[in-house]
Structures are given as C-alpha cells and as structure tokens.
Write a protein that binds this ligand. Structure first.
Ligand SMILES: Nc1nc2c(ncn2[C@@H]2O[C@H](COP(=O)(O)OP(=O)(O)OP(=O)(O)O)[C@@H](O)[C@H]2O)c(=O)[nH]1
Ligand SMILES: [Mg+2]
Length: 342
C-alpha cells in the first residue's frame, strides 16, 4: 500500500517548516532505539541516524528531515509532546510521544481503577494539548461498569469515557471512531490494563500481550518499547509500555485545567495569591464549607501542583548543569586548539 505524507499525519504545520529546507526528506519516527531511529516515509520504513545528540531527544511520532544517506538534519517543531519525569532517581525528562491528537487513557474496571491516577493522565493530556479519551477496559469482567463510568465522567464536564471489552470487535469500533484517518492516538496506562490488546484490535496486528494476571496493578511489563502503528481506519496509534508511576513534568497549566473548578473559584478569592488555607474571603474554602467542593479534591490539586513544581525544578537544574558542563568542555577544547595554533 502506498501512503502519502498526509496519510502519515503530515500537515501544513510541518510543510511550512519543510519549506525552509526543501531538499530534506521527511520521515515520521515509528521507533526510537538506543543507537538509531526508525522512520516511515511514503517510500517505506528506514533506519535513520542522528547527527550526534542522543536518540532520547526524539520521540515516537516526531517528524524529521534527513539527507539522502538517512542522517537526520532537522527535528521539526512538534504540534504536541507528551513527557514525564523519567522513572528512577535521575532528574531527566522522558519523552513519551510526539504529535499526538488523542490520548487514550486506559484503566481497567478493577483493581487498577484509581481516580487520582486518572487526574494525573488528564493533566498530561491537557498540558500536551491532546484530546483525552478515558478507556475503561475489561468491562466484560465487571458487574458494575456503569458506576466506574460515572466516577470517571465526574472528573470533568464533557469528558469522554468509554467502557469496553478490548476483545470485542464492536467495542473496538467505538474506540477507533475517536481517532480518524490521518490523526494520531497514544495509549497510556498501567501495565496489564489491556493497551496492547486494544491496539491489536485497532490496528489488526498481533503484538504480544500477556497472559491473564490476577492484579493489573502489579503486572509484569509485556510491551517494552513505544512504537507507532497504522490503525485499520487510517489513523495512527502509539502503544506504550505500562507506567508504574506517571511523574508530571512542566505540567502546571495541565494540572490547573484538570482542576479548573478550583482555578475558577480562586478568581473570587480576596487575595490573588490566596493559598486557600486560612486567608479571609477565600472562595475555595467557602465552596468546601458549602459542600460544593470536596476537600480531598483540593488536597489532590495541591499534591499534583507541588509534585510538578519539584520535578520541573530538579529537571531544569539538571539541564542547566549539563549545559554549563558542555560549555566548560567546549571552552577547554577551544583553548587546546588555540594553543596548538589550530
Ligand atoms: N476479559 C478481558 N481481558 C482483557 C481485556 N483487555 C485485555 N485483556 C487481557 O489482559 C491481559 C493483559 O493485556 P495486555 O494488552 O498485554 O496489557 P498491556 O496494558 O498492554 O500491558 P503492558 O504491555 O505490560 O503495559 C491479556 O491477557 C489480555 O487478553 C478486556 O477488555 N477483557
Ligand atoms: Mg502492552
């Protein structure tokens, strides 16, 4: 099958950047390996080399322009970027996916279902500018699916929540309808909730899924790398490995959007920097007293705000340190060269 650039998700946003380097060959990144990228163009898939920087600065879904030997010349400005603070103790950002239109947030209707976790993923979607669709999987194994749908739906007005059995073709069609031809979706969620099972249904592929597990929340990771796949309806889908923890990064606006009820109430507080604690005329505390706002929700907003601030500050510090170190190394090399009269 011959695909055009627009079939691959190309748009005027990327075409305008291509105009600055018209001889560059456009590729969409379908996989990121340690030493190379895999790119897809209308001519098919090809391995691509990066000009020196680590491949971790690229994300699945990115658009790049290469020279004729497959070496990347430019990374095109993204329309959206999903990122988190990487797992472990290091203060680094991990890119999850780029140029995503729809974020499918998968959670099963059982032990994995957790409202604060859904709020985290919603903040990620809003921060990146993706349309969030909550997909509650394993509806066939649950007696009370409707109550899960209602709880998730109450997180935001007009939030799209689907309850599906990822093994049922009719349910898969429901999910497909949210990401039509030319658009890109990404699937995120804990390990074992059924992301790959859903991806297989949406793409018609047969990627590895795991055997039945008793508890999704403690599943082993079956999918180990992110990859871009073409869906049956001509859309694109990025399956991702299950996340044990989504640590937000640079997501303050996204958090505020998820908690827009609190942000809106704050506008009526007497002080513009009100901490919603003991200040007089605090509209947020008034809403709690009137039973309009759940105090647990205020606590969750505070927690995510604090965490995002901490993560963003430590990653920013680490970036600044790396930059200063790079500058020092370049300075030393330059001095050595000048001494040798090069
Ligand atoms: N009954 C039922 N089983 C499901 C459903 N979705 C997934 N499963 C099963 O749940 C198990 C885990 O599914 P996977 O698709 O591998 O889960 P995953 O989210 O991709 O897991 P990781 O790759 O580890 O992140 C498999 O045995 C699936 O067959 C569903 O809607 N209903
Ligand atoms: Mg998987």
């Amino acid at each position: 099958m011959i695909l055009s650039l627009s079939d691959l998700g190309w748009s005027s946003h990327f075409a305008a950047q291509h105009a600055a380097d018209p001889t560059g060959l456009p590729f969409r990144i379908t996989a990121v390996h340690r030493d190379r990228l895999i790119g897809l163009s209308p001519d098919g898939e090809a391995p691509l080399l990066t000009p020196g920087e680590p491949t971790g600065t690229y994300a699945v879904g990115d658009w790049v322009l290469t020279d004729e030997t497959g070496r990347v010349r430019h990374l095109l400005d993204r329309r959206s970027l999903l990122q988190r603070r990487a797992a472990g103790t290091g203060a680094t950002a991990q890119l999850i996916a780029a140029n995503v239109d729809v974020l499918f947030i998968a959670s099963s209707c059982n032990a994995d279902f957790n409202l604060p976790r859904l709020e985290r993923y919603l903040a990620l979607a809003h921060q990146a500018g993706c349309y969030p669709v909550i997909v509650l999987t394993k509806s066939d194994m649950c007696d009370d699916t409707e109550s899960y749908v209602q709880q998730a739906g109450a997180l935001a007005p007009f939030l799209t929540v689907l309850a599906i059995n990822a093994l049922d073709p009719a349910d898969i069609e429901q999910a497909l309808a949210w990401c039509p031809k030319g658009q890109t979706g990404a699937l995120v969620g804990s390990s074992g909730v059924g992301k790959t099972t859903l991806a297989n249904g949406m793409t018609g592929q047969d990627l590895a899924t795991s055997g039945i597990r008793e508890d999704d929340a403690r599943g082993r990771h079956t999918t180990t790398a992110r990859a871009l796949h073409r869906m049956r309806n001509g859309g694109w889908l990025i399956d991702t490995p299950g996340m044990r923890a989504l640590r937000l990064l640079d997501a303050r606006d996204g958090v505020d959007e998820v908690f827009s009820d609190i942000s809106e109430l704050s506008l009526s507080c007497r002080f513009s920097d009100c901490q919603h604690d003991t200040e007089p005329d605090c509209a947020v505390q008034a809403a709690i007293s009137n039973g309009v706002l759940d105090p647990a929700r205020l606590e969750r907003w505070r927690k995510l705000r604090r965490e995002d601030q901490r993560n963003s500050a430590s990653v920013a510090q680490a970036r600044a340190r790396d930059k200063a170190f790079g500058k020092m190394v370049r300075g030393i090399l330059h001095e050595k060269k000048s001494r040798k009269g090069l």
